[in-house]
Design a binder for this molecule. Structure first.
Ligand code: SF4
Length: 418
């Protein structure tokens, strides 16, 4: 029997899909890259924001049509979509054979009649993989649906994480990204994320370790020291700062002010290691004045370590605190202002890239080859940041010393050197 998985959304969902793959394989199912020859499709959905929900529903509709084309085909609906919109009994789920919440591999295993213990087991491939170090989030930001979908923050144990890291390395990973909704909050017996990064870097010295989703409130301040000590912990920080105005941060419920992020950025800029920061921000937040917006725009352009900006407009997400508050106060930012502000933030992002273009041009760097023709640098996360094109075919999964011969924003060209 063959199965196919469609994984939507972020790397955290990808990890859940890899665990589902392990469960399927333990129950004797074979993975199939194409949906057509498969007997079963798992759709692992994302429903964090309205566009993600819409995308998930479009996939679901296609898969239900696929099921109708041949008797005996089965559909498993997993992830945030059923986590967010629970079955209210009004119908519509009759074509789905199994509905499981985010990451609920136990329910999948029980349905298959298996006894898989997938606690530290994942099945996947590729030069870069992700390792989930915690589940859920307890921050309850005013605009966010995640705590309601995924529950409170629970750190995974060190032993489980180490076991899973060994497995990923055995399966051929050359880069492993540590992911969670709030990775900086990881702790165990008085140790923190810096300790975890050091432990993993020492255990697997040939692997690049990348840290994602570092909420400023839980930023591990020893991290620059870890970058200096372990060259395989890549000097890259993915930090959802969300805004740089005290009043907006307070309204978002972020529980820190601008001073906190200024202090972090100053520390990163003064590190002897060249660090790249990927900021995530929301503009057009309800109540955001022109002064608030300018504070955000100016902040983003200020620091040498800033390399990437992922900017979003605020979405009125049903079920969040801000959804009802913005309606009650009537102070949502109008669409054209929100679009203008988003475009202005995007221009700051272009300027950051232009500055890095000058810094990278002509340099010899280590580049991880993701396939024969493309790869990424230490300062760029795969799939979301700049892509490197090699001037000649290389061996996928290798780290290639190369000279940057062109650098233009999110596109770099590199010539392998002997
Ligand atoms: S920290 Fe992130 S996942 Fe947690 S509530 Fe805030 S935005 Fe949502």
């Amino acid at each position: 029997m063959k199965y196919h998985i469609i994984s939507l959304g972020c790397p955290k969902n990808k990890v859940d899909s890899e665990r589902f793959a392990w469960v399927m394989s333990s129950a004797g199912w074979k993975y199939c890259v194409e949906p057509d020859p498969s007997d079963l499709i798992i759709l692992n959905t994302c429903a964090f924001i309205a566009p993600a929900t819409e995308e998930s529903l479009e996939y679901l509709s296609d898969i239900i049509s696929w099921k109708g084309e041949k008797p005996g085909r089965k559909v498993v609906l997993a992830g945030c979509l059923p986590g967010r919109y629970r079955d209210d009994g009004s119908g519509g789920l009759e074509n789905i054979d199994l509905v499981i919440g985010p990451g609920d591999w136990r329910k999948l295993s029980a349905w298959l009649g298996g006894t898989a213990d997938a606690a530290a087991q994942v099945l996947g491939q590729g030069s870069y993989r992700y390792l989930k170090i915690a589940n859920g989030c307890s921050n309850n930001c005013a605009y966010c649906t995640i705590p309601a979908i995924r529950g409170k923050f629970v750190a995974r144990g060190l032993d489980t994480i180490l076991m899973e890291s060994d497995l990923l390395v055995q399966q051929g990973a050359r880069e492993i990204g540590l992911v969670a909704q709030d990775s900086g909050n990881w702790q165990q017996n008085g140790t923190d994320l810096s300790f975890l990064a050091e432990t993993l870097a020492a255990r697997h010295p040939s692997i690049w370790w990348r840290l994602y989703y570092l909420h400023p409130l839980h930023f591990p301040c020893r991290l620059p020291e870890v970058f200096s000590k372990y060259s395989n912990v890549v000097p890259y920080i993915d930090m959802p700062i969300q805004h740089a105005s005290d009043s907006i941060l307070e309204r978002m419920g972020r529980r820190h002010g601008v001073k906190t992020i200024e202090k972090i950025m100053e520390q990163l800029d003064s590190s002897p290691v060249e660090i790249a920061v990927r900021y995530t921000v929301i503009t057009g937040y309800p109540g955001e004045t022109e002064t608030d917006f300018r504070a955000l725009r100016d902040f983003l352009g200020r620091y040498r370590s800033g390399r990437h900006i992922a900017a979003f407009s605020w979405y009125p997400e049903e079920g969040t605190l801000e959804y009802s508050r913005a309606i009650a106060r009537g102070d949502a930012v109008d669409d054209s202002t929100a679009s203008r502000r988003l475009a202005a933030i995007s221009a700051v992002g272009d300027a950051l890239y232009a500055d890095w273009d000058d810094r990278l041009y002509g340099r010899e760097l280590s580049i991880l080859a993701d396939d024969r023709f493309t790869g990424h640098t230490m300062w760029d996360a795969p799939e979301v940041d700049a892509v490197v094109s090699f001037t000649q075919p290389v061996s996928p999964g290798s780290i290639i010393r190369s000279r940057i011969t062109e650098s233009s924003g999110a596109v770099l060209v590199a010539e392998p050197v002997n």
